[in-house]
Design a binder for this molecule. Sequence first.
Ligand SMILES: [Zn+2]
Length: 334
Amino acid sequence: MSQEKVIAYIKGRLESGRMREAVEASRIAGISLSKEELQGYVYRYLENGWMSRAVEGSRAAGISVPEQDLTTYLDKYLEKGLIYSALEASKITGTSLPKEKLIMVGRECLLNGKLNPGLEAYGIVNETPPEEELIICGNRCFTEGLFYPGLEAYRIAKKTPPLDGLLICGKKCFEVGLPTQGLEAYEMAKKTPTKEMVRACGEKCLLERRNEEARIAFVAAQKIEDTMKAEPIEIKETSFKILGSSKETEESWTGFGPKICMDCENDEEFEERYFILTRCPDNKEEEKWLDDTMKEQYGIEHYCVAVDAFEDDRGLIDFVVCGKCGSQNVDFDL
Ligand SMILES: [Zn+2]
C-alpha cells in the first residue's frame, strides 16, 4: 500500500469512529498521529452521539476523557432527544435516567414527528404514550411524507388515519419521489392522484437513477390516464358552506377571491353556485362538452374552473351572478 493510501485509510477509519483501527494502522505504517488531532476526533464522536466509540477510541489512543465531560454529553443527548445515545451514555457512565426526564424527551420526540425515539423513551419507563401525542406525531409524519411511521403512530393510538392526512402524505411522497408510498396513501384514502403528480414523481426518480421506482410511477400514471379517459365527467352541485368545511379542498383554498361586475361595477354582492367535476376536462372536445352541458342543464354561460382546488383530479366550478344587475359578466380579480 502506498503512503497516500495508508493515510486515506487512517483518515477514513477516524471519520467513521473506528479510532482503534486507525491507531493500529498508523503504528504499523509508522505514521504519527498527533494527540490533538485524536482528541479532536474523540470529541467529535461525542458530539455525534457516539459515546462508546469515543470511549473505546480514547482508550486505544491513550487519551483520557474526564467523567464530567461524559455526563455533560449525556445531558446534551437528552436535550436533543437522541434517545439511543442517551441510553448508551447512561450505561457507560452508570448514570440512571430520570423517569420524568425520559417522558419529557419522549413527548418532545413525538411532538416533532420522531416516532421511534419517542416510543423508545416511553418504553424504557414502561409507559404508553398518550393518544394525543401519537396523533400529533402521526400527522407530523404525514406532512413530511413519512407514510409508514405516520400509519404506525395511528395504529398504536388505535385510530384510523384521517383522509386529509393521507392525501397530504400521498402528495408529499410523490413530491419527494416515493411512488409506492404515495400510491398506497391515496389508495387508503380511496382517491386517485392526478396523473401529472405521479408522472412528475416518476421523472424525479428517473433523474435520481432510481429506475424501478420511476417505472412504478410511470405505469401508475398511465393507468390513471387510461381509467380517467374511459370515465365520463360528472357534474355535481355543491355549496360554499360544504366546500369550506370539507377537508378535501387544498388548505390554501378560500374561494375564488375578489370579483367585480363588468356591467355595473358592483364588487360586493354576488350570488354564487359551485359545482364539482369528477375530473377536469382533458381536451378541447371535453371543454366544449362542459360549456354545452353547463348551458343546457344549468343555464350557465360564464364560469371559472379551478383545476387545483382538490388534491386529486377533480375540478371546481364557480358560477357568479351580479347581485345588483343580474349579469353573468363578472370578472375575477385573480
Ligand atoms: Zn352588475
